[in-house]
Design a protein around this ligand. Structure first.
Ligand code: DGJ
Length: 695
């Protein structure tokens, strides 16, 4: 449990949780200034940190630069601006004046105002387990233009060096982990696409260049937002590094005024000591316990029809797939794209959300009932934010899409983006989604979003730029409302694979579709990058057919299953055509998954060997008395002897039983020498091992 205190004499706030202390103060000019972020300190130690820095004034630099809690543009501060405003008379600089603060349990609010103009700023700090959440709120009595409003600026302690960890990617190649020395200057990771994006993800971790998987201090920040965003790491010649982050779109101004406040999304910060492994586990705990809507639930084994039937879904082929899925032990059957309107390919029908009667003559209900009768939940694909120009919806409402007058409407995948900031569009979407879920007993929606914004205009609206933020807020509000009205509804967030994975969507989705690339080897890397911040509990992973449609690679079924079983297992192959042996193996492995599922979905992840081009990749999950180890060897070479795999997260004093092998191991030996894996010979060898602490 965290604690928040105020040192009156020093005008300093101290926030402490189990392992971390964070402190900030008001400087002489009332500017909120950073004091400390790092290992836990006693409150009585904090005043020592407040000693004045050496006087240093060279005429070009403000000695307090780089120390602002929210680096506002103005005065002699030239740091990467976190807050840029312009008042009606053209004045741009902000001058802070402290008003008061409130502390309610884990939540600190510090209220400021401008020294002259009727603008108020509240900085929020909230402790959640080991994570500190921060955000900013602006209110004004007259109109103010806000060109930048970051959620927070994070000031890191001065270290000998800095290194950034982050992920990059593209469609079918998401979340590729990169570690790179922090360049001097400003390094910006951003999305200007109106969605989170495949190419980057809104988090950064920072270490001094020496942290490893098991050792070292790691700082991390992550933004809870699914629209355009920006995180900037600023490294200056004063040796300081900050990260400022928030939502927003380059060149787009937000207006704040009477009845129109601005509240930024949460940006979460986490300090850990124990390497990248400890950092990831702490992030996973935070997401599981404080972000996901139903953290205690176990996600069901899912079947999805996309790779089997593509756009050619109909009642007959979906029933056949459902029959097979049920015999395998699948718990949730999901019909993907192609069930509505004239959607027989990606060229038409998107937006016309009525069931295609040629394909489902009796509507959806007979299929839903059949799936339920087989003992499975029923899920269905939707893409509410999109429209094909060749659709009745677009013909009726061409003005509902994002567009500018006198500009082309650029299509991607033959589709345009509906402007969800429009109340009529949001109401229309709510109406059909509510009926789809309510009338049919839909248990699960796969909520897709298959293109970024372009020509993002809103002709006729007095403040069209607000759509950049309000589109995302409207999507959130719609999902929240559906969830509230249909409490058993569960949601998978998807954006052409992993284009919308972030802490914002995870607050209202039960899982995310990680990537359209289901090739098992590529998935090891994608899952490795995903898992740096996000937990296995939300990572949807399917077993699909050979050869893989993205890579053309064929991989043994067992290996494909073992890779997908490290997340939320799903099956996406054409199981109606799988041979009997494959179906039998699938049944066996799904049963095994159900046994290990609590360990995978709720356990602590130890990345024992990261994915390499060759050699063995290995992961371990630990939950209560149980441990599950996954090991994958891509290729065998030279009859090389197998190295035992040193485990982690166990108690050296305990003994662990492998009931499959009938062996008992000392925890100390598993940690020190390691576990003989017994991987079969040959390429694409994999094992799943189960251990239980001996009572
Ligand atoms: C993109 C998703 O990532 C796929 O899984 C599938 O649902 C298609 N969209 C359907 O159009």
């Amino acid at each position: 449990m965290g604690e928040i205190g105020f040192l009156d004499d020093h005008r300093t706030w101290v926030l402490t949780n189990d392992s971390t202390t964070y402190a900030l103060r008001l400087d002489e000019d009332d500017v909120p200034a950073h004091v400390y972020w790092g290992p836990k300190l006693r409150t009585e130690d904090i005043p020592q940190l407040l000693e004045k820095p050496l006087p240093w004034w060279d005429g070009f630099n403000d000695p307090n630069e780089g120390l602002d809690e929210l680096a506002a543009d103005g005065g002699t501060k030239y740091w990467t601006p976190a807050l840029q405003i312009r008042f009606a008379d053209g004045t741009r600089a902000l001058e802070w004046r402290y008003r008061n603060h409130e502390i309610h349990q884990d939540h600190l609010r510090i209220h400021f105002e401008d020294r002259h103009y009727p603008l108020r700023i509240t900085l929020h700090y909230r402790l959640k387990s080991e994570v500190l959440e921060r955000w900013t709120e602006l209110t004004a009595d007259t109109e103010v233009d806000v060109t930048r409003a970051d959620s927070a600026t994070w000031v890191l302690p001065i270290r000998d060096d800095y290194r950034l960890s982050h992920v990059t990617g593209r469609w079918a190649a998401e979340t590729q982990l990169r570690r790179t020395p922090a360049p001097h200057g400003e390094t910006t990771f951003a999305s200007r696409r109106g969605i989170t994006g495949h190419h980057a993800n809104p988090w950064i971790m920072v270490d001094d260049g020496t942290a490893t998987e098991r050792h070292g201090e790691v700082y991390g920040v992550a933004l809870a937002w699914s629209g355009s965003w920006r995180l900037t790491a600023t490294r200056s010649s004063t040796q300081r590094l900050t990260i400022s982050g928030g939502f927003g779109q380059d060149g787009v101004t937000q207006r704040v005024g009477p009845g129109n406040p601005l509240t930024t999304p949460v940006i979460a910060g986490l300090y850990t000591n124990g390497g990248f492994g400890t950092a990831s586990r702490a992030w996973h705990t935070y997401v599981r316990e404080h972000v996901l809507p139903h953290p205690r639930e176990l996600r069901p084994v899912l079947y999805n029809s996309w790779e089997a039937t593509g756009f050619d879904v109909d009642e007959v082929n979906q029933r056949t797939l459902a029959d097979h899925a049920a015999t395998l032990g699948v718990e949730l059957f999901v019909v993907d794209d192609g069930w509505f309107g004239a959607r027989t390919g990606d060229h038409a029908g998107l937006g016309d959300w009525h069931v295609n009667r040629d394909r489902f003559p009796g509507g959806l209900k007979p299929l839903v009932d059949a799936v339920h009768a087989l003992g499975m939940k029923f899920g269905i694909w939707v893409e509410p934010e999109m429209v094909n120009p060749d659709s009745d919806l677009y013909r009726a409402h061409p003005d509902w899409v994002l567009h500018h007058p006198h500009r082309r409407r650029s299509e991607l995948r033959n589709q345009l983006v509906l402007n969800f900031a429009r109340p009529d569009v949001e109401a229309w979407a709510h109406d059909w989604l509510d009926r789809l879920v309510g009338d049919h007993g839909v248990d699960f929606l796969k909520w897709d979003m298959n293109r970024p914004f372009s020509e993002a205009g809103w002709p006729g609206d007095a403040d069209p730029d607000r759509l950049w933020v309000e589109h995302t807020r409207a999507v959130y509000a719609l999902i929240d409302r559906l969830r509230q009205d249909h409490p058993s509804l569960r949601i998978e967030a998807c954006s052409g694979g992993g284009g919308r994975i972030d802490l914002g969507v995870l607050a209202r989705a039960d899982q995310v579709w990680t990537s359209d690339n289901t090739d098992a080897l590529d998935r090891l890397r994608i899952q490795h990058g995903y898992g740096q911040l996000y937990p296995a509990r939300a990572m949807s992973a399917w077993v699909t057919d050979n050869p893989n449609f993205v890579t053309g690679r064929s991989v043994p079924l067992r290996f494909r299953f073992h890779v997908a079983m490290a997340g939320v297992l799903g099956v996406g192959g054409d199981i109606a055509h799988w041979p009997g042996d494959d179906l039998a193996l699938a049944r066996e492995l799904i049963a095994l998954y159900k046994d290990i599922r609590p360990v995978v979905q709720h356990g602590a992840l130890y990345r024992l060997r990261p994915p390499a081009d060759d050699g063995v990749t290995a992961l371990q999950y630990v939950h209560e008395d149980r441990t599950v180890v996954f090991a994958y060897r891509q290729a065998a070479h030279f009859n090389a002897p197998e190295r035992p795999l040193r485990l982690d997260g166990l108690d050296p004093a305990d003994r662990y039983v492998d009931s499959d092998a009938g062996t008992t191991h000392s925890g100390a030996v598993l940690l020190a020498r390691g576990l003989p894996l017994g991987l079969p010979t040959g390429d694409f060898a994999s094992v799943v091992l189960r251990l239980r602490r001996k009572i």
